[in-house]
Design a binder for this molecule. Structure first.
Ligand code: HEC
Ligand code: HEC
Ligand code: HEC
Length: 374
């Protein structure tokens, strides 16, 4: 089974990088010239504003520093009290240990960003490291790569939040201009279907009716996982591996490529996805691809005379296209109790096809019935 998955996976990956690569623009090298913003002449208020933008944008800080418990919820905390206690913490031996005031806080912040393991906030260390190794990336190195001016801007922003007068130097004409936030220049997508398209989720998960089964079915995920866990599964897929699946299949860079607002829209959408189709015939082959398979899978022939089954518990469906239109046939399948066929009783035809059937299957069976001869 695993072997099969690997083959399927390789095929999917080939498709990714050939045909579908246009669906994943962020995978292609960005050839457009970076938007450059000169910071020459920026005053401290401008630096603070730039820092705020970097914190949720290019810096990706809010992917971890939020209310989900991956990292301290920095923007919600009383930072002046926090910094005061960090600098006086017995475990802290870094550049600002034992000092206080705005300059010491600048030192602590710069060090936190360049060398996160110098002091690991209790409870947030890498698993098994006993709070000696920080999971936080070095933010002035790849892939986040904040420039010196950008580092200063983020520090100014956090100092300001802690009610300190920022102590960082203002940028000069010699500083490299701040490179425009390339991925963020694209307006964030707001429709979950577009987001799924953009990031290629449907190549592995049965989303946007793709029928893919390399990754787990996500229908009904809201019943078994919290929103925070769903978000984590997207940005840090190897933190928890879904039962029956292997690690390292799902791309682990959505945390960098996806915009936070997109992650929120996407996770909301996934939380509300209805329970997946009880897969017909007990296999995991995904939705049927012909009308005959649909009939077999859902047992329509047991009650209707279809494909020579001679079922007679339900009406004969021959020529139904002449007396009902598509919408009516569809309604008769997904909501059989709404209209009861003449001469038959309600409560007999299963009323859960609307939940169980994939939209693609419904289209197949309606097409088939529309064309079924008398
Ligand atoms: C991949 C997740 C992640 C990202 C991205 C991240 N951090 Fe962190 N950060 C953490 C974790 C976890 C901690 C707590 C462990 C530690 O102290 O190193 C932390 C700690 C910190 C601290 C010390 C907080 C305190 O309460 O003393 C600062 C300051 C900080 N991060 C700033 C930033 C900034 C600024 C960015 C963006 C440029 C950023 N982080 C991006 C995970 C992250
Ligand atoms: C290349 C294949 C692939 C792509 C692309 C992919 N995933 Fe996954 N995904 C997997 C696999 C395999 C797993 C199961 C292993 C694991 O938990 O990491 C998984 C697990 C998940 C889970 C956790 C499910 C559970 O039951 O625990 C969620 C949620 C998820 N993916 C959402 C997404 C979203 C949203 C996208 C697009 C942004 C996406 N995936 C893109 C393969 C993929
Ligand atoms: C357990 C028996 C049973 C099964 C299984 C069943 N049906 Fe029915 N079906 C009925 C009965 C009884 C009626 C008539 C009562 C009603 O309209 O609800 C009916 C009515 C219909 C109608 C409306 C016919 C009309 O003339 O108004 C359609 C269309 C239909 N079924 C299609 C299907 C399809 C497609 C399937 C398989 C996906 C299916 N049925 C499975 C028993 C069944």
């Amino acid at each position: 089974m695993t072997f099969l998955r690997i083959i399927v996976f390789s095929v999917v990956m080939m498709l990714f990088f050939q045909g579908f690569s246009h669906m994943l623009p962020q995978v292609e090298p960005d050839t457009s010239p970076p938007v450059e913003v000169s910071t020459d002449g920026l005053d401290m208020a401008g630096m603070i504003a730039l820092g705020e933008e970097l914190f949720s944008g290019k810096g990706t800080c809010t992917l971890c520093h939020n209310g989900m418990g991956r990292a301290p919820d920095t923007l919600e905390m009383d930072l002046s009290a926090i910094f005061f206690s960090r600098l006086g913490d017995a475990r802290y031996t870094g550049v600002a240990a034992g000092k206080d005031g705005a300059k010491a806080v600048e030192g602590y912040l710069r060090e936190s960003m360049q060398d996160p393991s110098v002091f690991v906030v209790a409870g947030f260390g890498k698993k098994g490291s006993n709070d000696t190794v920080s999971p936080m990336p070095v933010v002035d190195a790849a892939p986040i790569e904040l420039s010196p001016v950008e580092m200063n801007a983020v520090i100014a922003f956090l100092q300001d939040r802690a009610a300190f007068e920022p102590t960082v130097p203002l940028p000069s004409a010699d500083d490299v201009p701040v490179a425009g936030d390339a991925p963020a220049v694209d307006a964030a997508l707001t429709d979950p279907v577009d987001i799924i398209d953009e990031y290629g989720c449907a190549a592995c998960h049965d989303l946007n009716e793709s029928g893919a089964d390399i990754g787990p079915l996500l229908g009904g995920i809201g019943n078994r996982m919290s929103r925070a866990l769903v978000m984590e599964a997207i940005i840090d897929p190897n933190a928890v591996i879904a039962d029956g699946f292997d690690a390292d299949f799902m791309p682990d860079d959505f945390g960098e490529t996806m915009q936070l607002s997109e992650l929120i829209v996407l996770s909301t959408y996934l939380m509300e996805l209805p329970e997946a189709a009880p897969v017909a015939a007990g296999d995991d082959e995904g939705p049927a691809s012909t009308a005959i398979e649909v009939i077999d899978a859902y047992g329509c022939g047991g009650c209707h005379d279809l494909e020579g089954s001679e079922g007679d518990l339900g009406p004969n469906l021959g020529g139904i296209g002449a007396r009902m239109d598509r919408a009516q046939i569809k309604a008769a399948i997904i909501d059989p109790e709404a209209e009861i066929a003449d001469g038959f009783e309600g409560g007999m035809m299963p009323d859960d096809f609307g939940d169980g059937m994939a939209e693609s299957e419904l289209i197949l069976i309606v097409d088939y019935l529309m064309n079924l001869p008398e």
